[in-house]
Design a protein. Sequence first.
Length: 134
Amino acid sequence: MGEPTTRADRYDRGRTVLDVIDGTAGANVIDALADVAPELGHQVVAWGFGEIYSRPELAPRDRQLVTLGMLTALGGCEPQLEVHINAALNVGLTPQQIIEAFLHSAVYCGFPRALNATFTAKKVFAERGLLPLA
């Protein structure tokens, strides 16, 4: 597939990547924006996933580790963390690796943010039947 040249092409490529990585969680976010900020939803798909997530220099698994770290560092991003924890599981990270990333983040982001991220992960793991962790 060549480089997308139109707005619709970029959106289509982004939607394909979004669906593979985030599944229904990503689609739900875009759908929730449709009646209030459809352009924001379009940009998340076309630019975020069509232009950035589709780049070959980092594997989807690595992109999710980076994303989890940044959302943890920002703090207050638990709804987005929930989506990206699911995405991390979808692209091959294990629950143990996700928890290890949050433990590591405590050194750089502080315990409160690491705890918030870990409790968000616990919620996702419970919803996916992945608790207790061994």
